[in-house]
Ligand binder design. Structure first.
Ligand code: GAR
Length: 210
């Protein structure tokens, strides 16, 4: 069956991208195939991970461009590569409604907290864990959700909780959330959504052939 063409959008280290690549190798991710890794940061280590695994890379930098120009270029690259499905894996740029409405139910994001806690504008990366520790929560985790026009506001697909421990620093907590939640639920959610998209694509093809 035709595989869903996946683009993973990244900005940094790419450990979540690595989890997706590993899942693909283990055939846990099998309804889709990562055909493109796109970064808004030319120095992102995620790009090295992609290249080492033979995955095409593209860089679209935002500096000195307004967001509209930036997004137009990203969309052009996605179209050129016939992308069906977008995974935001540590992508540190908020997408506008113009963009998200073009890919309705076709974009997912991993966020390092249990939404609706510590999410929305300004909550990204280590800041999320700093906020969780400051608040004093005893449980945190990660969430995979669909992306719509509200930052971190789309429908939740999967969540997994992780304990906060005495003496945790933001960095220690970040690592625990990645290991025990993010790297597990992102590939799982990705396969789940790809399977649904694959079914839809099949039905559309059948309709065309009627
Ligand atoms: C991850 O913890 C991810 O959940 C977070 O950034 C990190 C990227 O790490 N994303 C957000 O905060 C988005 N709001 P990675 O590059 O090693 O996957």
């Amino acid at each position: 069956m035709l595989k869903v063409r996946i683009a993973v959008l990244v900005s940094g280290g790419g450990t979540n991208l690595q989890a997706l690549i590993d899942a693909q190798k283990q055939r846990k991710l099998r309804s889709g195939e990562i055909v493109l890794v796109l970064s808004n940061n030319a120095n992102a280590y995620a790009l090295t991970r992609a290249r080492e695994n033979g995955i095409k890379t593209e860089v679209v930098v935002k500096t000195e461009r307004d967001n509209e120009v930036f997004e137009r270029e990203v969309i052009r690259v996605l179209k050129e590569n016939k992308i069906d499905f977008i995974v935001l894996a540590g992508f540190m740029s908020i997408l506008s409604e113009n963009f998200t409405s073009l890919y309705k139910n076709r974009i997912i994001n991993i966020h390092p907290s249990l939404i609706p806690s510590f999410c929305g504008k300004g909550y990204y990366g280590i800041k999320v864990h700093e906020a969780a520790l400051k608040y004093g929560v005893k449980v945190t985790g990660a969430t995979v959700h669909f992306v719509n026009e509200i930052p971190d506001g789309g429908e939740i697909i999967l969540q997994k909780s992780v304990p906060v421990k005495n003496g945790d620093t933001p960095e220690i907590l970040q690592r625990r959330v990645m290991e025990r939640a993010e790297w597990i639920i992102l590939p799982r959610a990705c396969e789940k959504v790809c399977k649904d998209i694959q079914r839809e694509m099949k039905e559309e093809k059948e309709k065309e052939n009627l």
